[in-house]
Design a protein. Sequence first.
Length: 243
Amino acid sequence: MPEPSQLVFHERVGLDGRRISPFSWRIRYAFLHKGLEPGIVETRFADVDRIRALSGQHFVPIIEHDGQVVHDSWAIACHLEDAFPDRPSLFGGLMGRGLTRWTNHWAGHVLGASIRRIIAADFVWVIAPEDRAYYRSSREAMFGCSLEQYCADRAGALAAMEEACVPLRVTLAEQPFLCGAAPGYADYATFSLFQYARVGCPDEIIPGVAEVRAWRDRLVAMHGGMGDRFGLYPAQRSGPDGR
């Protein structure tokens, strides 16, 4: 493990090293944007005690940097922006940071909610087999129903996702990225939900939104095809408690 004074990234991993967390994906792209190469600590759901001991809570991503421990993807993005001001900006200034904060909330509460209803029942299969029982029980307690029931209205969820994509489609018809000519953190926060779907679902969920799909594919291809580097949906379903 890297020394505590270095930049360390605790990143969620699943089956065969797949990167399964949208929140970790946005920070992975933020590091690349800044030209930073952190040490990586691969983190499973089973590592919750280690994460809690380190940060006082049980979610990742987490970074360690010069003795500081920062959790929550938005707080991490802000830390990287402030700690490395001489490197390319994630936000483009204070006004851009404020607007990106709105985008970050919208991506999680609107777009992410609609995507989760499409993929949650499939997503269990990209988790390490030893973690599937925990994932299923914790999410079903959150949803108040089985994963399969939660995802039963797939047509409705797809329609909700396409409606949520209207402002993306209109914007991306006018410019290549949400931030304009080049991507910024608003792009990464939004893209991370589509990457979550690429990793966690066997189906293409945005076939009817050409502008959004083209933008997503541009981000997948960046940095030497980063979006394809760790594997997508598994070909076979096997393992305990997948049902």
